[in-house]
Design a protein around this ligand. Sequence first.
Ligand SMILES: [Zn+2]
Length: 341
Amino acid sequence: MAELFENLPFENLYWNQMETVSQEELREIQVKRLRRTVERVKDLPLYQSFFKENPLTDDDFQVPEDAQKLPFTTLADLRSQKTQALWTVPRHEIARIQTQDGIQTAFTRRDLLTQADLTARFLYADGTRSNNLVQISHPFGRPALAFALQSGVDCIGAASIPAGELNSPDSLAVPDAALKLEEMFDFLTSLNVDGICADAEFVFALCSQAQALGLKLPLKYAHIPATESGIQLRYPIQKNYGLKVWEHWEHSAFFGAGLAGECHLQDGLHLQEDRFLFECLDPETLEAVPEGKPGELVVTDLFHEAQSLLRFRTGVVACLNSAPCPCGRTGRRIQIVKFLK
Ligand SMILES: [Zn+2]
């Protein structure tokens, strides 16, 4: 890993200085942005009855923990709404609408830049630089993630190969896959591709097929989504095939990528706390759990212009860690424990 950071001045260890902001400054930013989010969403059909019964004002939000005064949002709530009913800007300000997992997410032009910035943060934290060549093997069936990774790599200035056709072990089993795989191996080797963004199952299958053919792939690292199989396969990929593997966590309701990502130290995923407010709650009582205990991650948007969600229950159970990370990023870290159905 060290060679990827070689010759970089210290300040270039971070993509965005917001990743190292102090806790005091972060809390001030969160309160300011929380007030703005409430202002944005209070007239939406999803939340208007709550705010009619609870006419909260800016004064009700003095610390980030005041988010507890707000209602929860579930996946069922989201799916019950027509796409436009969630928008907080007029139609002409919408720049992109992405669909994933039955959720439509709208973006303004600034939201697209935010998506690129959030993705660039974790790619950069793991050593991706402008002299790298990265293959993105996510299908356009998951457009939020594929687009987000593409824009993050573009943002850093690294070169990319969008290659979503082969993206899963199933895609390697279709009749003409062998030829396409051979082409991919040729491509990866002749261009000396540094990294790959793909599901862990695909990275594992790709490496094992290369090994079976006696090929040495040039890949040095892989960025994988922190899914159930991703968490299970990351260390076998590292151990068996010699790639560094980093996890990132996203949800299609929030920019499609960049809620959290690992730094090069691989000791938990840093939350992007200037863009989102995170709570870790007991899924039964919905009370905050003590640090280090597993709880469901609940997310409130702080920076999404086109649509913002309050206290969205992600179904992801994780342990929070606020101990300082030697990398210098101040965002708390999570270890994902399980995914609620
Ligand atoms: Zn770190």
